[in-house]
Write a protein that binds this ligand. Structure first.
Ligand code: GLN
Length: 195
């Protein structure tokens, strides 16, 4: 039997526990990552929602550097604030990030009136209910980036190589498809590494 993949969930701040539960439901072994050294022992990482500027403060420069190295090498999935951290260009305001995804993302892009909403979108061709909380908007998608999900005309989940991001919160809906897609990426990464 294949051994369960070890998936880290960055647990500095934000809704990391909902990700832990979802990943465990899907059979992954989950490690809550509180120190950069723990990155060495995991096969993939989820960066949860929260407040991206608070993540930057808590990580500090050395933590951000270690996370950058990880996200450029191994499967990483960011939701909401996590998606912001992964982006190459961040607006409103401009801030540091991991530069792992060739996208431009705008923080708090849907305004105060509609800062949280449940929208019907599409994951691939199939409908999906999506929870948005003070969501960012992906404003530019680079040529190597695949759009995995849309809501209206907005891309809301994307993938470039082994890096995935969603501007919504799949961990807050009962639907398991987005996390399963990430676990499939982790599996694929392992196969490539062995080839
Ligand atoms: N508005 C937050 C930010 O800019 C993200 C919100 C979330 O993760 N739910 O970082």
């Amino acid at each position: 039997m294949a051994t369960a993949k070890k998936i880290g969930v960055l647990a500095l701040q934000g809704d990391f526990d909902a990700h832990r539960k979802r990943l465990e439901e899907l059979g992954a072994e989950v490690v809550l990552v509180k120190k950069p050294e723990q990155l060495e022992a995991i096969d993939g990482l989820v960066i949860p929602g929260g407040e991206s500027s608070a993540f930057l403060k808590l990580l500090g420069e050395p933590g951000l550097e270690k996370l950058k190295r990880f996200s450029h090498r191994k499967p990483t999935f960011g939701t909401c604030a996590g998606a912001i951290l992964l982006a190459q260009e961040i607006e409103n305001p401009t801030q540091a990030g991991l530069g792992a995804l060739d996208i431009r993302i705008r923080r708090n892009a849907y305004g105060r009136q509609v800062d949280s909403s449940i929208r019907q979108g599409n994951f691939g061709a199939a409908p999906m209910e999506m929870v948005f909380i003070r969501a960012p908007k992906i404003e530019r998608v680079g040529p190597e980036v695949e759009v995995l999900a849309t809501a209206g005309s907005d891309p809301v989940a994307v993938r470039q190589g082994r890096v995935m991001a969603a501007t919504f919160h799949p961990e807050l809906s009962p639907d398991q498809r987005v996390h399963q897609a990430f676990l499939d990426l982790v599996e694929a990464g392992e196969r490539e590494a062995r080839a």
